[in-house]
Design a protein around this ligand. Structure first.
Ligand SMILES: Nc1ncnc2c1ncn2[C@@H]1O[C@H](COP(=O)(O)OP(=O)(O)OP(=O)(O)O)[C@@H](O)[C@H]1O
Ligand SMILES: [Mg+2]
Length: 395
C-alpha cells in the first residue's frame, strides 16, 4: 500500500527525533529553527524551550562572542565542515554543566532563507576515555624514563665495580710479582754494586770505561723491570684508550711471566706475525695475556711448553696461547670463565683470573674461546677488532 505524503512526513519527523546524534537547524540570524529530541535531552531542555531562542543559549558565555563572529564568517562562505576536530568545543546545559561536543555543519537553502543544519554529538565519555588514555600514556612514559635511568645507573655501577675488581686483581698479581721479581732486581743490583766498587779502585781508563758500561747495562735492566711492573700496575680510566700492539704486549707479558713465575723448566715459543694495533688500555691487555700465561704455567708443574701465536685475519687480530699441560676436563670447559670457578684450592686461586680476562675482552669488542688440544693441554684463542673498527664506548 502506497504511503501518503503526510504519513511519510511523520516517519521523517520520528526518524529525526530518534536520531542518535543531536540535530539542530539555525537560521541566518543565529536563531534556533529546529532541534530534535536527542539534542534537547543532551542540553536538559524541552524541544519547544529551544525553538526561536538564539543558539548562544547552548554556548558557554566565554565562547559566545567568538561563536557569533564565526557564524558571520561562515554565512559569508558557507561550506560543509566538521567543528571540534583538533580543538575542544563545549556546550552548556540548562544546569550550567559544560559538555564536550563534536559538531558537523552543513549550510542549506529553505523557502524561508538559508539555514545551517548541525549534528551534535556529546563526547563526554569518549573524552574521559581519551583523557584517561593520555594520562596512562604519560604515566607509562614516566615509568619508562625512570626505569631507563635506573638501568643506566645500574650499568654505570656495574662498570665501576668491574673497574675496581680488575684493578684489585691486578694489584694482587703485582704483589706476587714483586716477590717473584726480587731476583730480577737483586741480581743486576749486585753486579752493579760490584762494578761500582771496582770502578772506585780502578786507574786504567779502558777498565773504567768497561765498568761504566757494565753499570749502565745493569741499571737499564733494573729500570726495564721496574718499568714493566709499574706499567702493568698503573690504574687507568676507561676513556684513555691507546693504540696497542698485541705483539708488544705479548713480549712484555712473557718477560714478566718468565721473570716472576717460571721455574726455568718452561719453554716459551712466541711466533708473532705483524698485526694491526687494537684500541684498548695497554695494562688491561697485559693483564689478559699475563693471566692466561700464569694459568698455563700453573697447569704444567715441572716442565712444559707454551706456544703463543699472534695473527691478523682481516679486521681482527688473534692471539692463541696453547700449553701442553693437564688440559681442562670437558665438563669444566663451559665454567672456566665463571667468577670464582677454580680447581686450585682456596690458597692457590680465587677463580677470578679468567672471569676478568673475559670481561676485559668483551669491553674491547673481542671474544675468547677455549678448547683442549689433542694430545693434552689447553688452548685459549682471543680475537680483537683492529683499532679503527672499535665502536666508540658508550657514554
Ligand atoms: N691453561 C689451563 N690448563 C688447565 N686448566 C686451566 C687452564 N686455565 C684455566 N684452567 C682452569 O680454569 C679454572 C679457572 O681459571 P681462573 O684463571 O679463572 O682461576 P684460577 O686460576 O683458579 O684462580 P686465579 O686466576 O683467580 O688465581 C682454573 O682453576 C683451572 O681449573
Ligand atoms: Mg688463573
Amino acid at each position: 500500500m502506497a504511503k501518503t505524503k503526510k504519513s511519510m512526513n511523520e516517519v521523517y519527523e520520528l526518524a529525526l527525533q530518534a536520531a542518535p546524534s543531536g540535530i539542530i537547524v539555525v537560521d541566518e540570524a543565529g536563531e534556533i529553527r529546529y532541534t530534535n529530541q536527542t539534542l534537547a535531552d543532551m542540553f536538559g531542555y524541552r524541544v519547544e524551550e529551544l525553538v526561536d531562542e538564539p543558539v548562544e543559549i547552548l554556548i558557554p558565555d566565554q565562547f559566545a562572542a567568538a561563536h557569533r563572529r564565526h557564524m558571520e564568517n561562515y554565512a559569508r562562505a558557507p561550506r560543509s565542515r566538521d567543528m571540534g576536530t583538533g580543538r575542544d568545543l563545549e556546550g552548556i546545559t540548562r544546569d550550567g554543566n559544560r559538555i564536550p561536543l563534536e559538531i558537523g555543519l552543513r549550510p542549506t537553502q529553505t523557502p524561508s532563507g538559508p539555514v545551517v543544519v548541525a549534528t551534535v554529538v556529546d563526547i563526554t565519555v569518549r573524552k574521559a576515555i581519551e583523557d584517561r588514555l593520555h594520562r596512562h600514556e604519560q604515566e607509562l612514559e614516566q615509568l619508562v624514563a625512570e626505569r631507563t635511568r635506573e638501568l643506566e645507573d645500574a650499568q654505570r655501577e656495574k662498570e665501576r665495580m668491574l673497574e675496581q675488581l680488575i684493578q684489585a686483581e691486578k694489584m694482587t698479581t703485582v704483589g706476587t710479582l714483586v716477590s717473584g721479581i726480587g731476583h730480577e732486581i737483586n741480581n743486576p743490583l749486585y753486579a752493579l754494586h760490584a762494578a761500582a766498587e771496582a770502578l772506585a779502585d780502578e786507574t786504567d781508563i779502558e777498565c773504567c770505561r768497561a765498568y761504566g758500561s757494565e753499570i749502565l747495562k745493569q741499571a737499564t735492566r733494573i729500570a726495564e723491570t721496574v718499568k714493566n711492573l709499574s706499567r702493568y700496575a698503573q690504574p687507568g680510566t676507561r676513556h684513555d684508550l691507546q693504540a696497542v700492539d698485541l705483539s708488544e704486549v705479548v713480549e712484555e707479558a712473557v718477560r714478566l711471566a718468565h721473570q716472576s713465575l717460571n721455574d726455568e723448566q718452561i719453554e716459551f715459543e712466541v711466533s708473532d706475525g705483524r698485526v694491526a694495533e687494537i684500541s684498548a688500555r695497554f695494562e688491561e691487555i697485559m693483564q689478559v695475556v699475563f693471566n692466561l700465561l700464569r694459568n698455563a704455567i700453573q697447569a704444567m708443574p715441572g716442565e712444559g711448553r707454551i706456544q703463543i701465536v699472534t695473527q691478523q685475519h682481516g679486521d681482527f687480530v688473534s692471539l692463541r696461547i696453547q700449553d701442553n699441560g693437564s688440559g681442562i676436563p670437558r665438563e669444566h670447559l663451559k665454567r672456566v670463565f665463571d667468577p670464582f670457578f677454580t680447581t686450585k684450592g682456596p690458597d692457590k686461586g680465587e677463580g677470578l683470573g679468567l672471569y676478568i680476562v673475559r670481561q676485559i675482552i668483551i669491553r674491547y669488542g673481542g671474544e675468547i674461546e677455549v678448547d683442549n688440544v689433542d694430545g693434552g693441554g689447553a688452548r685459549f684463542e682471543i680475537r680483537f677488532p683492529v683499532a679503527n673498527r672499535v665502536d666508540k664506548p658508550e657514554e
